[in-house]
Design a protein around this ligand. Structure first.
Ligand code: HEM
Length: 252
């Protein structure tokens, strides 16, 4: 393949063009990368290996990590399932509108994004002018990487930070929508991920459907506490080093 298309999608406030570029892959899939040439931070990714595939791998990775964390802690899996059963009864399928009625499930999603942000350094930004911040000077044109992975594991913000505990979000009114700076897996401000509303719905809906519609178990040889939780970087994104292998055992 080497067909490529470039399409203008809008103009930035500075009047310069924003564009998206899409390439038809050999495998027949379209992959779309957002262009950021107007600020020079997120040039189009390499044709064969995108550095950041905003819509796909971020969302699937979040669902996979959430399932891994729940399978590693059967009590939390049971709690998520019980909540869904209590709220939904025997309706059979989760509807998107049900998500708001599932606070524990939403807390699982937040906790997953805290511990496993798919874009651990967001994407590189650049200072347009000298900035004073917390006693530091960030010089004009400096490249800025925001380490949200480390922020999620900072014990001065999160008690017992490496513990997967959705309960912490039941006690605190913190969300990932860019207002609470201790949890910004989608970034914040003008350049916050434009896919946030869709991603938030997709991750919660898929996870709720998996948890509600099936019981799950790990392969016989894997004990929950031994589940491999290693991470592997791929461009700007962070995934499970080994794909999660999980077995659905019953349906409603
Ligand atoms: C869990 C899922 C997702 C996460 C954690 C995520 C995270 C991010 C982050 C951290 C950025 C960079 C923000 C910054 O500049 O600081 C970003 C940018 C972007 N995301 Fe997402 N994203 C997700 C899903 C999606 C989805 C589903 C879409 C599209 C349907 C999407 C579209 C985009 C686009 C187009 C950009 C570039 C925006 C720009 O250059 O201004 N993302 N995302």
């Amino acid at each position: 393949m080497r067909e490529r298309e470039k399409m203008e999608i809008s103009r930035g406030r500075d009047g310069r063009r924003r564009w998206m570029e899409a390439g038809l892959r050999g495998a027949g899939r379209w992959r779309v990368a957002a262009g950021r040439s107007w600020v020079g931070t997120f040039r189009t990714v390499d044709e064969e290996k995108p550095l950041f595939d905003p819509g796909n791998d971020t969302t699937t990775s979040t669902v996979e990590w959430a399932m891994a964390e729940l399978l590693r802690d059967p009590a939390k899996m049971a709690k998520a399932r019980e909540e869904a059963e209590e709220v939904l009864g025997n309706v059979g399928l989760v509807q998107e509108s049900d998500i708001l009625k599932l606070p524990y499930l939403q807390a699982v999603v937040k906790e997953t994004l805290r511990l496993h942000p798919p874009a651990p350094l967001l994407v590189p930004h650049k200072a347009e002018a000298d900035v004073e911040m917390c006693g530091f000077t960030v010089p004009k044109n400096a490249q800025i990487l925001v380490n949200v992975w480390a922020m999620g594991r900072d014990s001065s913000i999160w008690p017992n930070p490496t513990l997967f505990s959705p309960e912490r979000f039941l006690e605190k009114d913190i969300d990932y929508k860019g207002r609470d700076f201790e949890l910004i897996p989608f970034g914040a401000g003008r350049r916050i991920c434009p896919g946030l509303p869709l991603a938030s719905r997709m991750v919660s809906f898929i996870l709720a459907s998996l948890v509600y519609s099936f019981h799950w178990k790990l392969p016989a040889e894997t004990k929950p506490e031994d589940l491999d939780m290693s991470e592997a970087a791929a461009g700007f994104t962070l995934h499970r080093a080994k794909p999660l292998l999980a077995i659905p055992i019953t349906s409603v």
